[in-house]
Ligand binder design. Sequence first.
Ligand SMILES: NC(=O)c1ccc[n+]([C@@H]2O[C@H](COP(=O)([O-])OP(=O)(O)OC[C@H]3O[C@@H](n4cnc5c(N)ncnc54)[C@H](OP(=O)(O)O)[C@@H]3O)[C@@H](O)[C@H]2O)c1
Length: 345
Amino acid sequence: MPGEPVKIAVFGGGYGAKVPLPVLADMDEFQLVAVWSRTPERARELADEHDLALGTSDVEELLAHPDLEAVHVATPVATHAEIATAAARRGLHVLLDKPVAMDLTQARAVRDTIAAAGVVGAVNYGRRFQETRDRLLQRVAEVAGAPRMVSIALVFDDHALPESRPFTWVQDARLGGGRLQGYGVHDLDLLLAAFGEVDSVAAATEVGVKERRGPDGSPQAVTAEDAYAILIRFRGGGLGHVSLTATARHKRGDVIEVHGDGGTVRLDAEKRLHWGRAGEELQVEGPLEADSKQAYAHVARNFHAAIRDGAAPDPGLDEGLRVQALTDAVRRADAERRWVEPERV
Ligand SMILES: NC(=O)c1ccc[n+]([C@@H]2O[C@H](COP(=O)([O-])OP(=O)(O)OC[C@H]3O[C@@H](n4cnc5c(N)ncnc54)[C@H](OP(=O)(O)O)[C@@H]3O)[C@@H](O)[C@H]2O)c1
């Protein structure tokens, strides 16, 4: 029924517990009913905290929960496809965390299964709804025109030392870890939202801190990147570069610059937005908010509207697949040390 809360479960006790669980618990559009964690005690603890009917580490038990209508999948990337397709086959709507899957082939299979099941599929590219990035996209549409040079540069210090992070799936390339899946995909999503098609990419990734200790204290080889630098040629002209280091010794706010043929838009490290058309002084607004919970609430409201009112999912799986195609091209360009054209989706 339109307006009825959607009965939803959250897979994941990391980000899932930090953002989706508290945000969904506060929204009239949703009724939280269950939570999954790999660890049974953690699942029960989260269920108790939010007064949910079920907290489990058994995927099938959660998916079979009576009356459940939808799931948010916030688990390691390598597990997204299996959980999402199992949920869709049971007739559940699926909000996938980003990126959709390990690669475009897997992401297409997820999209096709969701389409065949006739359920809603959406992907949590919520960062573009943070006020900083939402306003940037608006100003780019107003003043920038065609891109001439665009840059997105992120600097973090949270992976700088071997002991600053334990070894988890995030450091394991086979499980879909790495900073490209963590942050890079959001930035590629932003570029696609701002400028549409990308012609080709060149890229380099690096593991700066090569060993970390696992939960049992044993040393583990890190295989997933903690830094990347991507060069982009936009279709129709213009260049871009997207970079991140997670091993800096002094972190800094995100800096995004758009130099277009019509004007300029810049987000500075203090979250102030500068913009202006050619020939005008730049105007400034901010500091703006970059709130993850508010951004997720936007994604969740859109997911509800897609389920109850038949609105187009926003962000939808097709957008997720475009980012996936671009990410695959970045990975191939890095591995093969050459320019690569992303597959069209
Ligand atoms: N949209 C965003 O802004 C945003 C931000 C952060 C993360 N994410 C996404 O959320 C997803 C999860 O990331 P996270 O940071 O929350 O990860 P996490 O905290 O390491 O783990 C999330 C969940 O997966 C379980 N898990 C961990 N390693 C596992 C393994 N090897 N096999 C099976 N399950 C495992 C954890 O179990 P325990 O509960 O037992 O620890 C936890 O329940 C990813 O897709 C990531 O991209 C999105």
